[in-house]
Design a protein around this ligand. Structure first.
Ligand code: ADP
Length: 430
């Protein structure tokens, strides 16, 4: 402000001097010459300092900042203050970043920062080991080029990271749990956790259950055999016969449970199972109908829409078990005169098996957990109708082993629909 005032006063003084020159010497030329000299001096003064400023801007360093003179002294002091403040903030940010990097580097989890194009910006040592990232080659390249996994690619492109991704069934890859969170301008942080220990523990538990079931199966078969003989030999309507019949029922429940546990561990273990047999699903469904639907005393109405030419490559006993589990559930959870529809068709290029019923339905809060082992909405009803609580866990595992997926829709007192979706390359013929 002070400088503007000074400039304005200088301007007024020059005009006054020029006016005096005209008055006293009567010469417009002398006054003009005087004004030109004054303005030239002012222009030269400012040009000089502009030159100094632009020179400094080309080689910006606080040490080389000129002192300036007059209005320029003020300006350079202001620049000096701003530059010192910026330098301090930069230094603080740098220290903070270094602290973050060393903290993230020490983490046992892998951490990777990616930009809006999924290109790697930074990663810690753990992540580099887990996903084979080589910083000098792989930074600024899309993470999906470096870590080539179709499930991960789909997850990262989906942009919905509410649920974590577990990659436990991938050969030649550590079992991993992956979480993603957004930060900054559409940048993302990926956190990878090694699940090796957890998977080993889980496998040990599964192995124990499988061995235990194997061991118990033979004595149980012997007991069942004796119970059947005793039941036949005991007197009709005697209390002894009733007791033996109850024992028989309970022993059968145990047998069903053991059979389901063994089947589940077999499906999970993934060993020696040929999942590329060509299966005629239409005739397989005829067998299931014969076994399940005719003996059903409930008499629900059945509807079928089956593409008899649609065959797939899969493991026959597993597919039979999955399909019959879903049909059996529909029978058990649908009241008399309810409707059950069974469909096997190609929809949008994918082979889809769907069982829809007009039964009791499943509450929304239970839908997410329904395919966990032993998860039941109504445990009494499940047991009364001969359920083991393992059916859907078996179905889900079977469809995963065939690279497909299970989708469940249900509304309480309206009905449920269970879909098994098989990928294109499982379709054998149409
Ligand atoms: P369960 O042997 O108990 O039927 P499942 O694993 O087959 O075990 O099913 C788990 C639970 O899911 C069942 O206990 C039942 O509550 C529910 N459920 C499964 N299928 C249906 C269906 N079609 N309608 C209603 N509820 C169902």
């Amino acid at each position: 402000m002070k400088e503007i005032k000074t400039h304005f006063l200088m301007f007024l003084a020059s005009i006054a001097i020029a006016f005096i020159l005209i008055q006293n010497i009567y010469s417009v030329y002398a006054a003009g010459l005087f004004l030109i000299c004054i303005f030239t001096l002012i222009i030269l003064y400012h040009t000089f300092w502009i030159y100094k400023l632009s020179k400094w801007l080309n080689n910006r360093s606080i040490k080389n900042l000129p002192n300036g003179y007059g209005v320029w002294e003020k300006l350079f002091t202001q620049i000096y203050r701003t530059e010192t403040k910026q330098k301090k903030t930069k230094q603080e940010l740098f220290e903070l970043l270094e602290q973050f990097k060393s903290a993230a580097g020490a983490m046992l989890d892998g951490v990777i920062a990616i930009d809006e194009n999924a290109e790697i910006l930074w990663s810690n040592k753990t992540a580099q080991k887990m996903l084979n990232i080589i910083p000098k080659n792989d930074y600024h390249r899309p993470i999906t080029y470096i870590f080539r996994n179709s499930i991960f690619k789909e997850y990262i492109e989906n942009d919905n990271y509410e649920e974590t991704l577990k990659l436990t069934l991938q050969p030649s890859l550590l079992p991993l749990e992956i979480k993603i969170a957004f930060f900054g301008a559409n940048q993302r942080i990926i956190v990878c956790r090694d699940l090796t220990k957890e998977t080993e523990n889980q496998n040990m538990r599964k192995e124990f259950v499988s061995n235990f079931s194997h061991e118990i199966k033979t004595p149980l078969t012997v007991i069942l055999g004796f119970l059947e003989t005793l039941e036949i030999q005991s007197n009709k309507n005697s209390s002894e016969k009733k007791m033996i019949s109850m024992m028989n029922d309970q022993a059968y429940r145990m047998k069903n449970l053991i059979d389901d546990l063994l089947l589940l561990s077999q499906v999970e273990s993934n060993q020696d199972i040929n999942r590329s047999e060509k299966i005629n699903i239409s005739s397989l469904l005829n067998n299931i109908k014969r076994e399940l639907i005719k003996p059903s005393t409930k008499k629900q109405k059945f509807k079928y829409s089956i593409d008899s030419k649609l065959h797939i490559y899969a493991a026959k006993h597993e597919i039979e078990s999955a399909f019959s589990n879903l049909i059996n559930n529909a029978i058990r959870y649908t009241p008399i005169k309810g409707e059950i529809s069974v469909q096997w068709n190609i929809i949008n290029g994918l082979a889809i098996f769907e069982v829809t019923d007009s039964g009791i339905g499943i509450p929304e809060k239970d839908l997410k957990r329904i395919s966990e082992r032993f998860y039941r909405v109504d445990p009494d009803r499940s047991r009364e109708t001969g359920g083991t609580g393992l059916g859907l866990a078996i179905v889900k595992n079977i469809i995963i082993q065939h690279q497909g997926e299970m989708k469940i829709n249900s509304e309480i007192n309206v009905g449920s629909s269970f879909k098994l979706i098989f990928p294109k390359d499982r379709i054998a013929s149409k």
